[in-house]
Design a protein. Sequence first.
Length: 326
Amino acid sequence: MNNNLIEVHDLAIKFDVSNPKIFDFLSRKPKNYVHAVRGISFDIKKGETFSLVGESGCGKSTVARLLCGLYKPSHGQIKFKNVDINKASNQQLKELRKKFQMIFQDPFASLNPRWKVKDIIGEPIDLFDLAENKEDRLAQVVTLIEQVGLNAADLNKYPHEFSGGQRQRISIARALASKPDFLICDEPTSALDVSVQAQILNIMKELQERLNLTYLFISHDMSVVSHFSDKVGVMYLGELVEVGKVEDIFTAPKHPYTKMLMDAIPSMDDIEREKVPVKGEVPNPLNPPTGCSFHPRCPNVQPKCSQQSPTLKNINNHLVSCLEVS
């Protein structure tokens, strides 16, 4: 029995970054594209937290926007509950849309400053026609605000009257308003203080268990990912280089890039050991390296790495994209 809520196959997107058409026409230059996501595949089971990690610019947030429909893929397939989103009818999309929502990174920018909290949280209820009347709508909004640790008295306030952590709670309440099955969380705690991060993550974990939610969690904070995830995908230059259970990724990473990320994590158990940062710079995505995209920075590079492009191979249910790993 297929227990996958989300199935992504060969997903890719490219952005046209050419000069204005008139300049390209006069100079006879070809179009220039950035391949932000380059043919990735993964699945997420119901009730699971799948995290995408990697350095800034690796394509994590682009994947999030592809899954929630803000971007249309250049090619590839996204299935939600066995329905291909890109081939779904308008009626199917309307039903599916309320079942997946997104929590954005910046709680200061993602809330309308001119709206009261009751209208921000109530907007999805109105859009999807989920309330029988005004009294039912208000009751739902009160339940939602209380679920995230705020109270009904806050509903008549504006976003600027809240702290960053409280605003993110409001964002979570808004995301839950349509009764979704799947939440896309694009670095939801990175703009918050460490103590507040823990509070938000605890709320999200409690809600997941109570409401049987499924998460795609985007982050560059490996310590957060290690405590919050069931499965982890490591991205580099628009590609997945390693996918596995969280305990396997953190205790026995196989890809050289994943090992470098793990080695850079501060640890109180090993404070005397010198930390080795991830060396080098991410290559220019307009002109990616030939062969393995990581080979210019890889400590184990071999001559064939600049010529052959690795693909994800399954090693005991652990996926790795490296020519040297077997």
